[in-house]
Design a protein around this ligand. Sequence first.
Ligand code: SF4
Ligand code: SF4
Length: 164
Amino acid sequence: MILSVLEKRKWDAQSRLLRRELQDIELLYEQLHSHVAEGKKTHHGGPCIPAVRRLFVDTKGEFFPCERVDEESSELCIGDLKNGFDLENAKKILNVAKITEKECRECWCYKMCSQCVAKAGENGKIEAANRLKWCKQSRENAEEYIKNYIVLKNFGCKFEEGEA
Ligand code: SF4
Ligand code: SF4
C-alpha cells in the first residue's frame, strides 16, 4: 500500500483492500488534526450503528447488524419483519464496549479500536472474554496504521490536500 501511494508501484484503483487501508489512514489523519477536545461522553471506536450500515435479513426474516454475526443468536438479533426493530438489543450491540468498560477506559487504543460485536459475540453470546482475546490484534492494527501514516507523511503525502 505504501509503495503504491508513493507511486513506486502502480496504484490499483480497483483494489478494495488498498482503498480500505488508505481510508483508515486518512481517518487517522482527520482524528489527529481535528483539534477537538474530548467530550465528557465519547464513544469507543469500532461498532457501527446497528442496521444503518449493513442491515442483514436472514431467510426467517430476522434482522442482524450485518452478515458477520451469528444468525442463531438471540442476543445478536435486532428484530424481525413482523415486529420491527428490537431497540434494546440494538443498543446493547452499539454499546458493546460496556462489557469491557474498565479495560477500554485504560486502553490507549480506545478511539482507534476496531472491535465490534462481531468479535464479542463469537459463540452467539456477547461476552467480555470473547472481546478481550482480540485486544492484542486491535492494538497491533492501530500501531500499523500509525506507522504507515508516519512513513507516508515523511515521504511527503499531503493528506490535508487530499493527495495521499
Ligand atoms: S462487522 Fe461489526 S461494525 Fe461491521 S457492520 Fe458488522 S456489526 Fe457493524
Ligand atoms: S483493544 Fe481491547 S481494551 Fe483496548 S479499546 Fe479495544 S476492546 Fe477495549
